[in-house]
Design a protein. Structure first.
Ligand code: FAD
Length: 258
């Protein structure tokens, strides 16, 4: 188990290598834990792939793969599919040129100081934010499409089961509030901060990447305001602008891609 070399990265940027690694892990490891996919899980998988095919801001090769996986899945009208059949599509067994999901796990912005820190869970949050921002950028009109697809994915497949349960409880409690695409972006941001708050100082926290209420004042001073009684208050409009710029597709870096 040789240690991978550290990949220098900017901690204020999003990397496509993390997003592709997340897709690889989710589709080839997490979903692969189910030999047969049916019922609620099949619905979750179809919605997840449909949202990815629509909103993932990926390279042409990856988009071709997601599009082909999406049309294959939407054509599966039976009650179940085998993972093996789905895997053939993922691996592009038909060998269409320029259609592929790379098999690498190349963590960059999601690297951890130890192999058990960060990586895939960090990638899932990043993917989730990118997709909500992408729905806003493309002026999608369905406010809950991305949240609902990701919520179902996490409920059906996310390997950390107590994480999935916590997330489902938060969603059940408050996702009703979301009625515009921008409120979906902000809902996800604020729930992620709640999770950060709960996990700050926990054993799962990478000491080199402490959990903060994100973005810090150094990252976005306009996001933070103080009320007359001296309490901290977020400026939601500024946070929204910050999220839109931070997760904007055209700013995602391609470093370390194969
Ligand atoms: P992460 O929290 O994974 O965040 C990734 C990156 O997103 C950060 O580096 C930062 O750039 C950015 N970011 C941080 N906060 C925000 C924000 N509010 N809005 C937008 N961007 C932000 N672990 C547990 O131990 N217990 C749990 O119950 C648990 N529940 C989870 C539920 C879900 C749905 C997910 C996806 C993960 C969960 N995890 C849980 C894992 C945990 O939240 C972290 O993903 C993991 O500890 C790695 O943390 P990280 O330092 O890489 O930052």
């Amino acid at each position: 188990n040789t240690k991978e070399p550290w990949r220098p990265f900017s901690s204020s940027r999003v990397y496509m290598a993390d997003l592709e690694s997340t897709l690889h892990y989710s589709l080839r490891v997490e979903v692969a834990a189910h030999t047969v996919i049916k019922g609620e899980k099949l619905i979750s998988l179809k919605k997840y792939i449909a949202v990815l095919a629509k909103h993932f801001p990926g390279r042409t090769m990856v988009m071709n793969l997601l599009t082909s996986a999406n049309s294959w899945l939407q054509n599966q009208t039976g009650e179940e599919i085998s993972y093996e059949a789905f895997q053939e599509i993922l691996d592009n067994s038909g060998q269409s040129p320029d259609t592929a999901l790379p098999e690498a796990e190349t963590w960059v912005g999601c690297q951890g100081s130890q192999p058990h820190f960060r990586r895939y869970p960090c990638g899932v949050w990043t993917l989730f934010h990118v997709l909500t921002v992408q729905a806003l950028t493309t002026r999608d009109t369905d406010p809950k499409e991305v949240l609902s697809a990701m919520r179902n994915y996490i409920h059906s497949f996310f390997g950390c089961r107590y994480c999935a349960e916590h997330f489902e409880n938060m969603a059940r409690e408050s996702v009703e509030e979301v009625n515009t695409v921008s409120s979906a972006v902000l809902w996800l941001w604020s729930r992620h901060n709640r999770v950060n708050n709960r996990l700050a100082g926990a054993l799962s926290e990478d000491p080199n990447f402490p959990k903060i209420q994100w973005p810090s004042p150094e990252m976005c001073s306009a996001c933070h305001t103080v009320t007359q009684n001296g309490d901290h208050k977020w400026n939601d409009n500024q946070v929204l602008l910050y999220l839109q710029s931070y997760f904007f597709f055209d700013k995602i870096l391609s470093d370390y891609l194969e």
